[in-house]
Design a binder for this molecule. Structure first.
Ligand code: KG4
Ligand code: ZN
Length: 339
């Protein structure tokens, strides 16, 4: 079976994205970010659904145009089934189902977290991707998972967070520091000029492959309250050091758990995925860890780390090859796992 020409649609959170792929080769990949949430310091689900509704048609039309492909050439539609915000998923799902029905084309429906991992295979024909089985540390605004990936559609979650996701921890701590949303990139930027050893925060005690990030958020909250009583300008005067210390703490925990998992699974192939994979300290120390323990390390291209439709298309391609098509009766799954 030759590679299909797929239209892929992602709408699980606050990015409306559409892509056209030929197999795993990207012909176009476009994302409309939603600025509307910035002033609230986090994603407002109802506003996200409405913004998806106004963005989806223009984004799809532009993705087809940039790919130089007309709708009748599209062989099938891939879209995000879950997990994510119900209203947001409904917009992408209903749009995709309507289109598939009108065009009488097959659909493949994708698990967003699996797609973050399969982003490693987007546009990657030189074979510069992890070899199966590999371990993937998936770090996003909604999830923190350690995944043992046996094959493109055969993955097992071997560790995850008990509470907040690491991206959420970055965002919530940034909010405490008065930084704009999303806070992860802001902390990353400020941390570059700071001393990561200046402040330390306690690490939560959980099982070896589990994560917990709500403790550090509370520790930072109390720490800031204490320091601000002594010096009302404490945050402004020490922002770079606070950001560097928080980031150092979060990255240390992530990599510690990844090395424990690698000791157990011995894959010699480590992968990083999700929006937090854009973090500069995490990227550098992840590669350094690989060198130290003799494992190859892989990070998808920057634009395929944060939410995007190209990764949905790549996951859709693997589902297509496995003939795992979905019926029109499929419904969005705000909570959805894969193992
Ligand atoms: O994967 P993603 O785009 O969306 C979700 O599926 O959640 O991840 C978004 C998360 C946000 O929490 C954002 O703050 C974080 O990724 N993020 C970063 C950086 N860039 C994005 N966190 C730390 N450092 C960064 N450079
Ligand atoms: Zn995501």
């Amino acid at each position: 079976m030759s590679s299909p020409l797929l239209l892929a649609i992602e709408s699980s959170c606050d990015d409306t994205s559409a892509a056209v792929l030929h197999g795993t080769k990207v012909l176009s990949n476009l994302t409309a970010n939603q600025k509307v949430h910035e002033k609230y310091g986090g994603v407002v689900p109802e506003l996200a659904s409405r913004a998806h509704q106004s963005n989806i048609l223009p984004v799809v039309v532009e993705a087809l145009k940039q790919a130089n492909v007309t709708l009748n050439k599209i062989e099938g539609i891939a879209f995000t089934e879950g997990p994510g915000l119900l209203g947001s998923l409904l917009v992408g799902g209903s749009f995709s189902k309507g289109l598939a029905w009108a065009m009488n084309k097959p659909m493949v429906t994708v698990n967003h977290m699996q797609a973050h991992i399969l982003a490693h295979f987007v546009e990657n024909e030189q074979g510069n991707y992890p070899k199966f089985p590999f371990l993937c540390l998936t770090v996003s605004g909604g999830h923190t998972q350690l995944v043992f990936v046996k094959a493109p559609l055969d993955m097992e979650i071997v560790g995850e967070t008990m509470d907040d996701a690491v991206g959420e921890a970055f965002d919530k701590i940034a909010k405490l520091l008065g930084l704009p949303y999303p806070g992860g990139p802001e902390i990353d930027r400020w941390a570059k000029d700071g001393n990561p050893m200046r402040f330390s925060f306690p690490e939560s005690e959980v099982a070896p492959l589990s994560f917990s990030f709500s403790g550090i958020k509370t520790a930072v909250l109390y720490f800031l309250q204490r320091e601000k009583q002594k010096n009302p300008n404490f945050i402004e005067e020490n922002l770079a050091d606070i950001c560097a210390s928080v980031q150092h703490n979060l990255v240390t925990v992530l990599l510690k758990k990844l090395s424990i998992a690698e000791e157990k699974y011995q894959t010699q192939n480590l992968a990083l995925a999700g929006g937090v994979a854009a973090n500069s300290e995490l990227r550098t120390r992840f590669h350094a860890l690989g060198k130290e323990i003799g494992a190859r390390t892989f990070i998808p291209k920057f634009e395929y780390c944060t939410d995007n439709a190209a990764m949905i298309g790549a996951a859709g391609y693997f589902l297509w090859k496995a003939k795992q098509f979905s019926p029109l009766s499929i419904t969005p799954k705000p909570r959805m796992t894969f193992s």
